[in-house]
Unconditional design. Structure first.
Length: 426
């Protein structure tokens, strides 16, 4: 008891001495307040927060370093020393009342800002966890998350201003009615982007991973991110295009998702045939084409059909001009169709045809229209090239030629042939 009494007397003497020295009393208690704030910060961050981190490390979420990088808990920990200073500054004697109010208001504003940033980080974590879901790309929520963040920062801004000027936030809110028109202009792009994001999500217009093409913006590639204001597209040349979200509502674009989900990619390419090489097949040519396994049934059935037709002509059928005959281009068209039907990399359940288009000055277009059994770009190009490699190579067997404009080599050969003929004539 004597020790306690002695300590109490010592404290009383110190307080009496400090009361006689106001400046020193203020500095000492201000230092004690700062020490208390530092101790609160130390206890929260070094002990409580570290303990919480240790406990969380044993959970699946705690092992995810990406979530810890958001520093949500660390930001909330900053609230404690700010509250200590805010409520303790009034206990420091001899400070001007205005200074006390300013320090308290600044601490309160800092608390609001810290909580707002922590809530923003928490929303980012929510979006990160959602994007890990298998079907998250079908219904992205990043745009909605950004809208909520904007609302949080707007409310935080009002509360911070109210705290700094030491006024009720209701007073500030009452003045927003007069500023509605100004806010509509300031947040015009945000509102339009919000409406566009809702339409994109509800109508399933685009998803992350979709291949989109917007020729007017020179965009052609995969969607990598859908946000409130912008959509990022990685073009095939590996450049990144950033398009305002509202442009996907107002501007025309092509989404190749349907092709990717169908499992087949269209081949639509024409062979330009020299029309001078088109003719009826002779008996020898028909006999030679019977060697083709893909043409046996066609030639037999076609010949039977033509023979039946020609027999109905009776005496008129004696003139070849009145009869039907097998042409090399029709036979080639049948061969190409059978070739596609027997190709292992062509989708047999989708549209398949070989047709003639209108003749042009560049030849007679023979169009191949079918779908590959894959949508992978490199494989698709390889299959398409293999098909046309074969068709161009097999053309001479049908007596057909590919049309092309004369090249420099053709002109030189023609000039050489003319000179040789003149030399022979002389």
């Amino acid at each position: 008891m004597d020790v306690i009494t002695s300590m109490q007397e010592q404290l009383d003497s110190w307080q009496k001495w400090l009361s006689e020295h106001a400046d020193i009393d203020t500095m000492v208690k201000l230092a004690l307040l700062l020490v208390a704030a530092w101790l609160a910060n130390f206890v929260v961050k070094k002990i409580l927060m570290r303990g919480a981190m240790t406990v969380l490390s044993y959970t699946p979420a705690g092992k995810d370093r990406q979530l810890f990088e958001r520093n949500i808990i660390a930001r909330l920990a900053n609230v404690v020393p700010a509250l200590v200073i805010s409520y303790g500054i009034s206990s420091v004697p001899n400070l001007p009342e205005e200074l006390t109010i300013v320090i308290s208001n600044v601490c309160n504003a800092f608390v609001v800002l810290t909580i707002g940033r922590a809530m923003s980080g928490a929303l980012t974590v929510v979006n990160t966890l959602y994007e890990r879901q298998p079907d998250a790309h079908e219904k992205p929520i990043k745009g909605y998350i950004q809208v909520v963040k904007i609302a949080i920062y707007a409310v935080a801004t009002i509360l911070i201003v109210a705290a700094l000027i030491d006024r009720s936030p209701i007073i500030l809110l009452s003045g927003l009615g007069a500023m509605a028109a100004v806010l509509m202009l300031v947040f015009q792009d945000t509102l339009l982007s919000l409406v566009a994001s809702v339409q994109i999500t509800s109508n399933d217009i685009i998803r992350v991973g979709d291949w989109v093409e917007m020729p007017n913006l020179n965009v052609d590639g995969d969607v990598t991110d859908i946000a409130l204001h912008t959509v990022k597209v990685q073009n095939w040349d590996k450049t990144i295009s950033t398009i305002p979200t509202k442009r996907f509502i107002s501007d025309p674009f092509k989404n190749w998702r349907g092709m990717q989900e169908s499992g087949g990619r269209r081949i639509k390419r024409s062979l330009m045939l020299d029309q001078n090489s088109v003719h009826f097949l002779s008996q020898d040519e028909q006999k030679r084409l019977h060697r083709f396994r893909l043409l046996k049934d066609y030639l037999n059935n076609k010949q039977q059909e033509i023979d039946d037709w020609n027999q109905k002509l009776k005496d008129e059928g004696k003139e070849p001009v009145n009869t039907r005959r097998i042409s090399n281009i029709g036979t080639f068209r049948a061969y190409v169709l059978q070739y596609l039907k027997n190709h292992p990399r062509i989708h047999q359940e989708m549209t398949m045809m070989v047709r003639q288009l209108n003749p042009t000055a560049d030849g007679l277009p023979l169009e191949v229209y079918c779908f590959t059994a894959t949508t992978e770009w490199v494989e698709y190009e390889g299959i398409q090239s293999d098909i046309f490699d074969h068709l161009i190579s097999i053309l001479p067997e049908f007596g057909l030629r590919v049309f092309q404009h004369p090249s420099g080599v053709d002109m030189r050969e023609m000039v050489t042939e003319i000179k040789q003929n003149r030399h022979i004539d002389t």
